[in-house]
Design a protein around this ligand. Sequence first.
Ligand code: G3I
Ligand code: 9MR
Length: 579
Amino acid sequence: MPRRASGRSGAATLALGLFVGLCLGQGAACAQPQAIAVNQLGFTPAAAKRATVAAGPASRFELLAADSGRVVLAGPLSPARPWAPAGQAVRVADFSAMRAPGRYRLRVAGLPDSDPFVIRPGVYAPLSSAALRALFFNRASQTLSPALAGPYARAAGHADTEVLVHPSAAGPRRHAGDRIASPGGWYDAGDYNKYVVNAAFATHLLLAAYERAPARAAGLAVGLPESGDGLPDLLHEALWSLRWLLSMQDPDDDGVYHKLSNADFDGVLMPAEADRPRWLLQKSTAAALDFAAVMAQASRVLRDLTPRSPQLPAQLLQAALAAWDWARANPRAVYRQPPDIHTGEYGDDRLDDEFAWAAAELHLATGDPAYLAAVPLKRTPMSLPSWRDVGGLAWLSLAARRERLDPAVAALARRRVLGLADQLLDKAGQASWGVALAAPDFIWGSNGVALNQALVLLQAEQLAPERAPRFRAAAQALLDYVLGRNPLGLSQVTGFGSRSPQHPHHRPSAADGVIAPVPGFLVGGANAGREDARGCTRAYPARPAALAYLDDYCSYASNEVAINWNAALVYVTLALGED
Ligand code: G3I
Ligand code: 9MR
């Protein structure tokens, strides 16, 4: 059973203290100061390739072949500039000119060499697979066999065959205390609850990844119980979630329950050990609309792909239409957390964006203009996608299939997506690190923010050929950021990179007795809000914002994992995986 050593101690690198100077102790993946911060996995040959260098007297860099130490490229460093979120001046080394496959390091006089990294075609394929496999590892009601899960094999947890109807969810037919089956789906994150809003968002991103890069997506061989019947693993994993989502629709009125959860979070235990009652909670407009959107999208994507379940696409579309009708009849059913329930809320009382996204997906699935006409589409801003703000998904989905649309809608969608992408380019240009992240982006799930920015840029890449290389380079910089080119000097994905999180807020990783955490999970990332600080006894850097991260189980606000962040990782690594 492979057991990885925990993060190495920081004696050698601490001496330099150039970026962060915080090595948080034995056992944690120390956020070690990396004088040269680089994507610790590497690059495809044609990618933009940059590293960030702590500003010092040196003004040039060298690229070395890692094995021979031979200098294969040299160049100037950019002038030193500060970056507010990290509070330190840096320079950038641009070695995009090197396209030859190989293993390399960067060298700058007076600094320790960078971590090694590779340049090769297909460099992100193992990461795309692992990011998708992490969702499989987070399946509820699923036995993970040793053959498929190796050291992370575990018994099934949370059968969810007898979920109690909570008083907030009771109706004329389903009464409080009734037992309903709603098995399957993914655990949302490090907790064992299941939330429709976030599951729909994550499932959408998986399906969008398939649409963005179908050949590479279809090539991902994860090894699932369902593998081998001709349907790509990525779509099997999406279907695992979609089937659960279908069970969250009340057949009596077509409304969709907001979530299925315990009253309180489980302790640190394996799924099979959890035994608290599970509840179906209040129906909400947000849940119904996100459900409608992803069901409509799935029906369209799966239309020609599921010959063994020929009725499935029609069933998904039917569910979408029914949920839409419910939401139109119940447009302000905001989820209000009942006083006896203390799990994640996924609360949202602004619903225009959910209406717009559902309308866009229903229009694309049916061709019927009535859906777009039913919402104030033009007043929907193109904002960065997140579980709470899905208006941007309406524009992204419309822009990606603009050839089938009314030309005016198509042109508007294109302009809106390019408008946000251009803003992101400006942000990246202003940041000495070259990433489109600014201080307000360091919220709960900042790594998800980074990857959703990359997703917007990678859609924009397809809309404006003349600006495509710049959009792609800006997206690459954001992937580089989560893979180690950040002020923490730490890859943000478990099991990937020279140093990576060892103690994510993920119950199975904490309770399974395997030292290394379940691999392939993106952690939430630096979060200036530090909402968990009171429960963390270890020192938790407050500022600058980009350093507010703690590799400790206690830190659910900076070190939890979540399906929505991982789905974005699948998308971005697939889209940037082109050679
Ligand atoms: O949108 C505002 C922004 O305008 C403001 O500038 C910023 C500054 O604080 O806050 C932003 O709101 C944040 C919101 O997420 C939207 O991003 C809140 O501060 C922040 O507390 C909130 O965090 C959410 C967190 O749950 C707490 O509700 C995360 O997005 C969300 O990912 C997280 O989800 C949890 C589930 O509840 C339970 N399961 C685990 C999962 C991951 O941690
Ligand atoms: O484990 C919970 C995590 O999944 C949530 O994101 C987080 C915020 O809702 O809450 C975590 O649970 C903590 C709870 O809120 C407070 N007590 C400690 C729990 C972590 O062990």
